[in-house]
Design a protein around this ligand. Structure first.
Ligand code: FEO
Length: 400
């Protein structure tokens, strides 16, 4: 049995046995330059449970890590907290290798796993409040529908205070460090923000409810063990507070200025707006789409108070990079933003008007008519952009 991949003991009876993916650069459209991990966990009782598996292609790594703890054929139960393929893709192979006595998932999980994967084995349904005995230990379950899929579920191991939270509280970060306190806080904050902004932002009202529900359960949490990135042990309060802030999306003084350009005119306008924001003590985040991807934009927008978007007109439309990001942002449903649009044009000039319409469709509160510049912005036009930045920064300052 290959034991070249090592597990990590995270509590008296729980082992991390997941996989590290340093090569993934794009996770279904989410840029992952830091890679990711697919976390899976073994809970060792008189019965042995495996919580989640890994993406297809990483099954050998999973089985190797398990083998350093226990003969994989001794696993009795597999629990699927989340049916998305990065946690279930290797499940058919794993079932074949270990022949578990039982497999468990939420009702939607059973449906989703069977629809996606060739699984003949029966899967038993778990509901909120159900418990599963491991003989001398017990697991319990909390359904977390639409966080972020209909099947999503938490498993709680009260004996050792471990909450297995699937994607929630996770991040795409490949590392050999398994715990929060082994990674700089600035890295944790950026990656957790990026993960929430790109995966969980549309479900923020549900996150507020879930945090309330978990708070009322008064769990004695010692570890939060997500399906991606580090395990929380020293910063549990910190990550819960961060999630509360993310979910509420209270406006800040951050102004995201998102733009692309053909020959530099729209860039000049964007920079003038940023100068105006900065002059009033605001926090301009100038994002040229020629060098930024959509997942960085979502990360910045999550903690912003304003979204200002600029595009040159090309073929009577907005620039393609803006079209991509605006559709992406619309799906993520950011809240509590004010905004405006701008852009340059040569002869028709539709882009800034179309962007204005897209902002309205995203429920952004438009605070200024679109600003347009024919060919190259004049000094007067650049001052108009500067003043837009000033007024946006002042408005955000008044709201805080
Ligand atoms: Fe990590 Fe929703 O999968």
């Amino acid at each position: 049995m290959n034991k070249s991949f090592q597990p990590t003991k995270i509590s008296d009876s729980v082992w991390w046995v997941g996989a590290i993916d340093r090569l993934i650069a794009d996770f279904h459209g989410y840029g992952t330059p830091s890679g990711t991990t697919y976390n899976a966990y073994l809970v060792m009782g008189e019965k042995v449970a495996l919580i989640d598996t890994v993406k297809k292609g990483f099954e050998d790594e999973l089985i190797s890590r398990i083998s350093s703890v226990i003969d994989p054929s001794r696993i009795d139960y597999i629990i699927s907290n989340h049916a998305e393929m990065d946690h279930s893709g290797s499940l058919p192979y794993v079932i074949d290798q270990i022949h578990p006595e039982k497999i468990f998932a939420s009702a939607k999980g059973v449906e989703t796993l069977k629809a996606q994967l060739p699984i003949e084995h029966d899967i038993e349904i778990l509901k909120t409040g159900d418990s599963l005995s491991l003989g001398n230990k017990e697991l319990s379950f909390i359904e977390t529908r639409m966080l972020h899929w209909p099947d999503s579920m938490f498993t709680y191991f009260a004996d050792e205070g471990v909450l297995f939270s699937q994607d929630a509280f996770g991040m795409h970060l490949a590392s050999y460090e398994r715990f929060d306190d082994q990674i700089p806080e600035s890295v944790l904050e950026w990656e957790a923000t990026k993960y929430y902004g790109n995966i969980l932002m549309p479900f923020s009202p549900l996150v507020i409810n879930l945090l309330k529900k978990v708070g009322e359960m008064d769990l004695n949490l010692k570890l939060i063990a997500p399906d991606h990135g580090p395990i929380w042990r020293n910063k549990i309060g910190w990550i819960l507070d961060l999630y509360r802030d993310f979910a509420l999306q209270k406006p800040t003084n951050r102004v995201v200025i998102l733009f692309d350009t053909m020959w530099g005119s729209t860039t000049k306008m964007a920079k003038a707006i940023a100068e105006g924001v900065e002059s009033e003590g605001g926090d301009p985040r100038l994002i040229p789409l020629s060098v930024s991807d959509r997942s960085v934009v979502a990360t910045e927008v999550l903690k912003a108070g304003a979204l200002i978007v600029g595009s040159p007109t090309m073929n009577r439309e907005i620039f393609p990079s803006l079209a991509d990001v605006m559709i992406y942002l619309k799906g993520l449903k950011p809240k509590n933003l004010i905004g405006a649009s701008f852009g340059s044009y040569g002869w028709s000039g539709e882009a800034h008007k179309n962007l204005d319409q897209m902002l309205k469709e995203m429920n952004v509160d438009i605070v200024h008519d679109p600003i347009s510049a024919k060919w190259v912005p004049t000094d007067e036009k650049l001052m108009e952009c500067f003043e837009l930045g000033v007024s946006i920064a002042n408005r955000l300052s008044e709201e805080q």
